[in-house]
Design a protein around this ligand. Sequence first.
Ligand SMILES: *Cc1c(COP(=O)(O)O)cnc(C)c1O
Length: 225
Amino acid sequence: MLTKPQAIQNLDDIIKKVEFARLQVSPHKIVQIVGVSKYNTTDDVKSLYNAGQRAFGENKVQDLKQKQEILEDLPISWHFIGTLQKNKINNLIDLNPVLCHSLDSLDLAQELDKKLKAKNKTMNCLLQINSAYEDTKSGVSPKNAVEVYKTINEKYKNILLKGVMSIGANSKNQEVIKESFITTKNIFDKCDGATICSMGMSGDFELAIFCGSNMIRVGSGLFKQ
Ligand SMILES: *Cc1c(COP(=O)(O)O)cnc(C)c1O
């Protein structure tokens, strides 16, 4: 279990690193931290909540539902960060996530929009981009990402696109990871109205911030025991 002192220590360590990184980019730059709780218990989430963390993310609709229910008394902002299966769309809509990071195709956008309309609801989303060109990763190809972004904005009015998301390249080579982040940042800059650039995880969030990320998704680093 994640004890309160350990939670405070972890959060403090991450915030210090985020501060150091963002100040090198610009004093005006704000970086939001989403705690990824997918491998952890609700008690661990509570420990981090008590340390001051308010935004958490899950990658499975069922897990998000379960954690939300158990922690319903806490004013947590819940993010959805995992691959969304079409048969789970309605369930996700009912959970009212503050942001879905993982809209990863036009096809999914069409289906999500249709189901949102039927429920007379909207959802804040990020377009996931496969900037590392890895078969194991979801996301639209960088080549047509700007166009897909524009199409979703124009056609699917119940999806409120807020920006883009990427998972850094799965590589030990910092230059390769950096390149994948820069690819996403360049797309972000070309998307009208985009305000959120979600990239960076425990192992690479400082590099992501240097490359322009303003939202990081941190799991193991925040929850380490
Ligand atoms: C698991 C996960 C994270 C967090 O990963 P860590 O390396 O534990 O920080 C971030 N983003 C996504 C999409 C994830 O699935």
